[in-house]
Ligand binder design. Structure first.
Ligand SMILES: [Zn+2]
Length: 308
């Protein structure tokens, strides 16, 4: 392995087999719909093999530790053989309001089935996003994370469509989830922005990492700061979706501990943190380059208990 230079705080190794499968330029909801179909059409073996290649790519480009989201088990399996340490966040997606606590229990059972893990691999819990979970699920996940001393990672405020769904119960994301019949019948919006909603569910805190946070306002920033919640931004994905303002400067100026991640190869061209730093700098004109490099630096892995 090359020298550890970077800490990659957000990745989905198990989606590495989808590199280049969906061309950039689609709206988030259209991308999501492509990914769901593609994931179903490819085998776990393809995912596992691509995840192993992706681990080599991370290693060769100087990544010394990674925080990875694990929905299918293939990323977790590949990480057992990685030469660098990782936290594998077991993902939970369940919209059924009756099954929230059960879904979290099932997730803990999945973790038990992983058996003994190498010393380099720890587990975390990832309720996917406000729009793919329920209040009961989020509360149960927070409680299990505290009980098992695991970190939480949640995708949050990624798009304006997410905010629109949560504030007003309308918009493209809401309509997509309704049309594919995963939104529970009679679902009502909490009439809160995603960060405020997650706060009301009790999932924010110093051991919670929120991914993306593209659509945030000053109230959201204040809440994140008060709760000492951590943030990870993903420059490559930001460019892929051609999103608006990159949130890095506002997060740093508010004093939010912020990291950088590659996200997955389904919405990024490479798993190379040096490239992410370049992209973050291009997306943040005027922001001191040193502050950007710090967000991606290997030393920051210590915040998550890695031995740097
Ligand atoms: Zn992600």
């Amino acid at each position: 392995m090359t020298e550890a230079l970077y800490f990659n705080a957000h990745c989905h190794l198990e989606l590495s087999h989808l590199r280049g499968a969906v061309p950039p330029g689609l709206a988030f909801v259209d991308w999501l719909s492509h990914i769901v179909t593609l994931k179903r059409s490819r085998s776990p073996e393809e995912s596992r093999a691509a995840a192993a290649d992706a681990i080599r790519e991370l290693s060769q480009s100087g990544t010394g530790a990674v925080l990875d989201i694990d929905a299918m088990g293939t990323g977790n399996a590949a990480l057992r053989d990685a030469k660098f340490p990782a936290i594998s966040f077991t993902e939970i997606i369940d919209f059924d309001p009756a099954l929230g606590a059960w879904a979290v229990d099932q997730t803990m059972e999945r973790q038990r089935e992983y058996g003994d893990l190498p010393d380099t691999l720890r587990l975390g819990i990832s309720p996917h996003a406000p729009y793919t979970t329920t209040p009961r699920l989020l509360r149960a996940a927070a409680s299990k994370a505290a009980e098992y001393r695991q970190w939480l990672c949640i995708h949050a405020a990624e798009t304006p469509e997410e905010t629109e769904m949560f504030v007003g119960g309308t918009g493209a994301l809401h309509d997509y989830l309704r049309d594919v019949a995963v939104l529970p019948p009679g679902w009502k919006p909490p009439e809160m922005r995603p960060v405020a909603y997650l706060n009301a569910m009790g999932v924010l805190g110093p051991r919670t990492l929120l991914a993306h946070l593209n659509d945030i306002n000053d109230d959201d920033l204040r809440t994140l700061r008060e709760k000492q919640t951590r943030a990870v931004v993903c420059p490559g994905t930001h460019v892929y979706f051609d999103r608006g303002e990159f949130p890095l400067r506002r997060l740093l100026d508010t004093g939010i501990p912020t990291y950088i991640g590659t996200d997955s190869l389904a919405s990024n061209e490479a798993l190379n943190m040096a490239r992410e730093v370049e992209l973050a700098a291009a997306l943040s004109p005027g922001l001191d380059r040193k502050r950007i490099e710090e967000c991606a630096s290997w030393e920051r892995a210590a915040d998550f208990g890695f031995d740097v």
